[in-house]
Design a protein around this ligand. Structure first.
Ligand SMILES: CC(C)(COP(=O)(O)OP(=O)(O)OC[C@H]1O[C@@H](n2cnc3c(N)ncnc32)[C@H](O)[C@@H]1OP(=O)(O)O)[C@@H](O)C(=O)NCCC(=O)NCCS
Length: 168
């Protein structure tokens, strides 16, 4: 049976749910956790301005109508034809192909609506689930970026996956 995945713009009213999802010690290689629901609301309030300024386009991932995760495209501010996709999902829903589906929808927005020429996905080399999402969405591994992830005062390597817009 086909899984029902949709994405829609994030709303301030999603704050509590996003906080619940992100406040998970099993997000080992993803270190974005708001301090509390208020901090998450502040983040969500900035989304409109970020869109207007072509900085970041963030979405909620819905599975059978329920909010189960988030995804987004960050625009490279020096090369605005390049975007970077990021994602996270409620652990209860892992392994069902939901993020893969969401990335496919998001990629379409990136190439068709935002007119990006190149989309990147960057992950910690130990983040197998994230790497598999990139592979299942047909992104190509371009290499390892040295010291590309900053966590506190530590810097570590990252895999770079990318896809370019096919021109007919
Ligand atoms: C990364 C993440 C969003 C993936 O979400 P998801 O909806 O479970 O992803 P999918 O189901 O579409 O695909 C994940 C694949 O990885 C596989 N996988 C997960 N953990 C694995 C492991 N340890 N070893 C091998 N395969 C693994 C799954 O089986 C699945 O592959 P399959 O469809 O071939 O079975 C989710 O794990 C998550 O939220 N992690 C925490 C946040 C995070 O790390 N975000 C990415 C930052 S770069």
């Amino acid at each position: 049976m086909a899984i029902k995945v949709k994405i829609r713009k994030q709303r301030v009213a999603d704050a509590k749910r996003f906080y619940e999802i992100l406040n998970n010690p099993n997000f080992k290689y993803f270190h974005i956790c708001p301090k509390d629901v208020e901090a998450e609301k502040d983040f969500l309030r900035q989304n409109t301005k970020k869109r207007k300024n072509n900085i970041e386009y963030n979405y909620a991932i819905l599975f059978n109508g329920k909010l189960v995760g988030g995804c987004g495209i960050k625009i490279n501010q020096h090369r605005t034809f390049i975007g970077e996709i990021g994602y996270f999902l409620d652990e209860k829903y892992w392994g069902k192909g939901i993020t893969t589906k969401a990335v496919k929808i998001l990629e379409k927005i990136g190439f068709e609506e935002l007119d990006l020429k190149r989309i990147e996905i960057i992950m910690d080399p130990r983040n197998i689930a994230s790497e598999k999402v990139a592979i299942k969405c047909a992104y190509k591994k371009e290499g390892t970026m040295k010291k590309a992830i900053k966590d506190g005062d530590k810097f570590s390597n990252a895999y770079l996956y990318a896809k370019v817009k096919e021109v007919s």
